[in-house]
Design a protein around this ligand. Structure first.
Ligand code: KIV
Ligand code: ZN
Length: 521
């Protein structure tokens, strides 16, 4: 039964979110995230843009095949090839949605599309009609809607409905809108279109002015019933609307919005951590809803107030978003059952083989440190279970580091397809020397775009989790490493990033330079 007050959530972490600079998730990681999004009862998951690359196509296909209980969407321009690719990728979905879009603002139509408004209308009609014949439902987005003419939007949305679309999306593509103005803008569109029952309006806000969540909430107030966004607000430039903030805003102030929703909010925190770990994009501690300090009261006055009566300073409970500390610390006496339980609480859905692999690594880690924290477990899964190593990948065999006064030296031995390559280099510190040694050994010098190290827990026996982002030509890839020894973690992250550069280049049919002079020994 159609509920006009129900707000639907459309997660685009795996499509628009993944467009964030330096982020690239492999198919196993995307599938893991999609399973968790489905478990939290997300209404729609946009798995990717199937026509963009074979890699994207395969990810959407895998999500459509394996993730049930959720609508799976694939993005498509209005081109026939895009729509057919999306339909093909989605054909095993329990419920499929083709999300087709075209720009409607004067500036985009003139300078980007080089089309007249009449041509844009004709494209819309043709693409929505074709999409409707190939998928369970069609969403139509008017790209750059917030800078488009309202009368033109009303016309194009009416045409999209006539052609078979049931979800009409109003994107604030460049994050230009202001909440009051946007609310009125959206209301004018909804009033002008007079959509039949069963058709809903959607909003897709970007965060260039830090207003994506505010604009999304303002749009709900104006009558929108689908909100698009990404967990942790991930996305290019300022990011997308942080879905966890929109969800909790609506839930906490439902006195103002009076809407219903299906989301299990207690999964927000685990899913946020999972996405942060796999994407390498850290969540600031003071981030609303999912930051580690989001529910921490530091000042004496606040602590006193909360102890006397929780609601003096708390508008939500940590439990409502699943941000509860581990009740159990795992160690060498923990069995497989407790370990699997903890994995599920942390938001992982692994098959038996993956659990067995993770458990083996966990047991080895227990020999190195007394207690294994959630952070350690998450890092192991992200780095060693979901981080699949493609064929022909480089692998670290051995390394040695020497650190003297002001100079470090590193020697590395790396293998690929059974062949060993070795070299040595000096550097400002051990990591600098090791990265130079790797580049010399494999005779490949991508640009280091980013490098970070964080501890998996606030303890001196924590593991070091490193993220390296490398760029070569137009391909960017991110690699991760996790080890108790942070130099080794850095080396692993670098090699992992090189492997991912190759995988991505292959998926996009781009040839990276060969390695004729690799230092094979
Ligand atoms: O920001 C945007 O306009 C988009 C569309 C494809 C919906 O991402
Ligand atoms: Zn977008």
């Amino acid at each position: 039964m159609f509920d006009p007050n129900r707000v639907h959530f459309f997660d685009t972490t795996l499509r628009d979110g993944e467009q964030a600079a330096g982020v690239n998730l492999n198919a196993t990681e995307k599938l893991q995230i999609a399973k968790q999004l489905a478990k939290m009862k997300m209404d729609v998951i946009e798995g990717g843009f199937p026509a963009a690359s074979p890699g994207d196509f395969n990810c959407v296909k895998a999500i459509a095949r394996e993730v049930k209980g959720v609508t799976v969407a694939g993005l498509a321009r209005t081109k026939e090839g895009d729509i057919r690719a999306a339909a093909q990728a989605l054909n095993e979905a329990e419920r499929s949605r083709i999300h087709t879009f075209i720009a409607t603002s004067e500036i985009h139509m003139t300078h980007k599309l080089k089309m007249t408004p009449e041509q844009v209308l004709a494209e819309t009609k043709a693409s929505v009609s074709l999409a409707r014949s190939l998928a369970d439902e069609v969403e139509f987005s008017a790209e750059d809607a917030s800078r488009s003419d309202v009368d033109f939007l009303i016309k194009i949305f009416k045409l999209a409905i006539e052609s078979g679309a049931t979800i009409l999306n109003i994107p604030d593509t460049v994050g230009y809108a202001m909440p009051d103005q946007f609310s009125q803008f959206v209301k004018n569109i909804i009033d002008g279109v007079q959509a039949p029952e069963g058709v809903i309006f959607s909003v897709h806000a970007h965060n260039d002015l830090g207003l994506a969540v505010a604009n999304s909430l303002a749009a709900v107030k104006a009558g929108v019933r689908q909100v698009e966004g990404a967990i942790n607000g991930m996305g290019e430039r300022g990011g997308n609307a942080a879905l966890e903030e929109v969800v909790m805003g609506l839930k906490t102030r439902n006195d103002l919005y009076n809407v219903t929703m299906g989301m299990d909010t207690t999964r927000l925190y685990p899913v946020s951590r999972l996405i942060s770990r796999l994407s390498g994009v850290t969540v600031p501690p003071n981030k609303a809803i999912v930051g580690t300090n989001a529910f921490a009261h530091e000042s004496g006055i606040h602590q006193h107030g909360v102890l006397a009566h929780r609601e003096t300073y708390e508008i939500m409970r940590a439990e409502d978003v699943g941000s509860v500390p581990a009740v159990m610390v795992l160690g060498k006496h923990s069995g497989r059952h407790a370990f699997r339980d903890r994995l599920e609480t942390l938001g992982y859905q692994l098959d038996n083989e993956q659990v067995a692999k993770a458990f083996d690594i966990f047991k080895k880690l227990c020999d190195e440190k007394k207690d294994v924290t959630d952070g350690d477990i998450e890092a192991i899964i992200a780095d060693q279970v979901l981080n699949v190593h493609p064929e022909h990948s480089f692998e670290l065999k051995e390394y040695a580091i020497g650190v003297g006064a002001g100079l470090a030296t590193a020697t590395v031995v790396i293998s690929r397809d059974g062949q060993e390559m070795r070299d040595a280099a000096t550097g400002n510190g051990p990591v600098d020397a090791a990265f130079s040694a790797i580049k010399r050994a494999i005779n490949f010098s991508p640009l280091l775009e980013n490098f970070s190290i964080r501890a998996t827990s606030p303890r001196s026996d924590a593991m070091g989790e490193t993220v390296v982002v490398l760029k070569h030509g137009e391909v960017t890839a991110q690699g991760r490493g996790v080890e108790t020894d942070i130099v080794k973690a850095s080396i692993q992250a670098y090699i992992n990033a090189v492997n991912r550069l190759y995988t991505q280049a292959a998926a996009r049919e781009i040839k990276l330079e060969d390695h004729p002079n690799a230092n094979i020994c």
